[in-house]
Design a protein around this ligand. Structure first.
Ligand code: ZN
Length: 168
């Protein structure tokens, strides 16, 4: 059985899907002054997965609402964040409270190539944990065959991972 609910604001849409194992919040758009966290149901599944692939910009009013929502959600559930967009990662690095103690499972990172292509790559934290802990960007090839170059400051961009629990 699946339960689905969609909540829309001027620039943001939140799609909530609840299944037996976990509840999923798919968040798309800008987290700005039109976002009202009070309108978002606080599901109490043991696991909440927040999908941030299509999250755009945050502004100062939006981030306050966001932090309140995440804080409430983390009271009853284990939070994990999936496919975080580059702007979501920038925000998380600026304001670590944005995660409410949850963990980032996967995220996008910006790359470029000498041939002129710019792209984002999905990085699964578990697959690249060793590199990431040393602030090393995972290695990818461009469509042209050359190595892609990481297009941000590694120390800054991977900062949110320094709070990772130590691998066993
Ligand atoms: Zn290239």
């Amino acid at each position: 059985m699946e339960n689905r609910k969609v909540i829309k604001f001027a620039n943001l849409k939140i799609d909530i899907v609840e299944s037996a194992q976990a509840a999923h919040y798919y968040i798309a758009g800008d987290v700005d002054e039109n976002f009202r966290q009070k309108e978002i149901p606080r599901l109490k599944s043991p696991e909440l997965h927040l999908h941030l692939k299509d999250v755009g910009n945050f502004n100062s009013v939006g981030i306050r609402e966001w932090i309140q929502l995440i804080s409430d959600l983390s009271q009853h559930s284990k939070l994990s964040f999936h496919e975080c967009s580059v702007s979501a990662i920038d925000q998380i690095n600026m304001v670590p409270h944005s995660l409410g103690g949850g963990t980032v499972e996967s995220f996008y990172a910006p790359y470029y190539c000498d041939c002129g292509r710019e792209t984002v790559k999905l990085i699964n934290v578990k697959d690249h944990e060793k590199d990431l802990r040393q602030n090393l960007a995972p290695h990818f090839l461009c469509e042209c065959g050359k190595d892609l170059e990481f297009d941000a400051l590694e120390e800054t961009y991977f900062q949110f991972l320094t709070s990772l629990p130590k691998a066993i």
